[in-house]
Design a protein around this ligand. Structure first.
Ligand SMILES: *Cc1c(COP(=O)(O)O)cnc(C)c1O
Ligand code: SF4
Length: 412
């Protein structure tokens, strides 16, 4: 029964400590090829957007070390998912390393054209749970509100690749008036999650217009924004944006970061501005092969998020998105990583590992087994070190109480 238990001490732990510490160091993304650009331009988010890398020619010029897989993938990029990389984020790529974890997330590869029968263009069944265009209502008390199909840069494994950047001709047209009216008429919706695409690509005025309309609905208690902009384009997190957002509390933001190298000094400062505006920050990561499916990398990333005042929220098993097999890791690997987190580091650093069930089943929590058995009078559990414990409990789940004691006896 105990053969699968983890060994109490990880023999790799001591040598990996140095690696863990170095992964947690903060560095600036630097200027790279853009050394001559005036500071005002470099720090201007609109300049960064205008100068994104979007073509094979630009990529080849900046990165002569493009592999044949990347070359072929980039040639085909716009058939599946647009190519865009901000100059800031491009500087995080190590052109000398074919396995650079940043590179695999944003540079197309020919494997994106390899699709299997179990892969899907809408792996979470969002379209079938959409009462009005741009709104997904799958859970009882909350809705997903899609704002735009554009992102600052495009992730190669995106769950909404059918939609983002319109590369596949999906023709995404949100209907803000219809989306807001639906929420108004559904008083059970107490939580609205703005996502996309990336809502923070909107300018402050358009975003505020949306937030103020949602805030005006009495039963909407809690607003959230899901965004990868703090990672791809930290320049967008201006003091003006933060001053606007803080008017709409309670407002939470979930960022999307996958690897410690994404957490630069620029990102740390942008996240500090959001946190100082009173916005609770969470992070969603996707478990990606050769990017973060390694316990040391994952732990460094999660601990580094805490240094940026971000609570790791979800770790997603990569959805069965068409052409993503080369980036997907296994559930077995995910569980092995979770096993090395819980108890080994603070619970604040431990995200909930989930599989977004295919065809619209929603997020299903996936945990290592800590309950070994349940008997008529106890639950048998084990801790992170593999030590076994018992917790008494009645057969129908009632708490175990001590047998009654005679009063005189108790007084003696
Ligand atoms: C993830 C998701 C939500 C939010 O779920 P939480 O567990 O509350 O973060 C809401 N709607 C849809 C469709 C989602 O995929
Ligand atoms: S930022 Fe989010 S929505 Fe945009 S491409 Fe990446 S995963 Fe998809």
């Amino acid at each position: 029964m105990h053969t699968d238990l983890p060994s109490p001490e990880d023999p790799e732990e001591p040598p990996s400590r140095g690696r863990l510490a170095s992964l947690k160091e903060f560095h600036s993304a630097g200027r790279g090829f853009w050394g001559n650009i005036p500071d005002a331009d470099w720090h201007d988010w609109r300049w960064q957007l205008r100068h994104r890398i979007t073509t094979l020619e630009q990529l080849q010029r900046l990165m002569p070390t493009l592999t044949p897989e990347e070359f072929a993938g980039t040639q085909l990029a716009n058939h599946r998912l647009a190519l865009a990389i901000t100059p800031y984020f491009f500087n995080l790529i190590d052109p000398a390393d074919e396995n650079c974890p940043i590179r695999w997330q944003v540079i197309p590869r020919v494997e994106e054209t390899h699709t299997a029968s179990w892969e899907m263009s809408d792996p979470c069944g969002e379209d079938s749970h959409s009462p009005v265009p741009g709104l997904v209502h799958r859970y009882p008390d909350r809705v997903l509100f899609l704002v735009t199909d554009r992102c600052a840069a495009y992730c190669r494994y995106c769950t909404r690749s059918r939609l983002v950047s319109n590369a596949t001709g999906y023709d995404f047209h949100p209907d803000f008036a219809g989306q807001i009216e639906y929420i108004r008429q559904h008083s059970e919706v107490r939580d609205v999650l703005l996502s996309g695409g990336d809502p923070l690509l909107f300018n402050d005025e358009r975003l505020e217009h949306l937030l103020s309309q949602l805030r005006a609905i009495p039963h909407v208690e809690f607003l959230r924004i899901g965004t990868r902009i703090p990672i791809f384009l930290p320049q967008r997190i201006t003091p003006q944006l933060c001053d606007m957002l803080r008017k709409y509390h309670p407002l939470f933001i979930s960022i999307h970061s996958n690897h410690p190298r994404e957490l630069t000094t620029e990102v740390r400062d942008a996240l500090a501005r959001l946190a100082d505006a009173g916005i609770p920050l969470g992070n969603q990561s996707v478990l990606l092969r050769n990017v973060n499916d390694d316990p040391v990398v994952m732990k460094a990333h999660l601990q580094k998020l805490l240094l940026c005042r971000v609570k790791p929220y979800y770790l997603y098993q990569c959805d069965l998105i068409s052409g993503s097999a080369h980036l997907r890791s296994s559930v077995r690997k995910g569980l092995e990583i979770m096993e090395k987190l819980r108890g080994h580091t603070t619970g604040y650093a431990v995200p909930q590992y989930v599989i977004d069930a295919p065809d619209g089943g929603g997020k299903v929590p996936i945990n290592p087994d800590y309950i070994l058995s349940r008997n008529a009078d106890r639950v048998v559990i084990r801790n992170y070190e593999g030590k076994v414990f018992e917790y008494p409990e009645g057969p129908d789940g009632t708490p175990m109480t001590a047998p009654p004691v005679e009063i005189e006896e108790a007084l003696v």
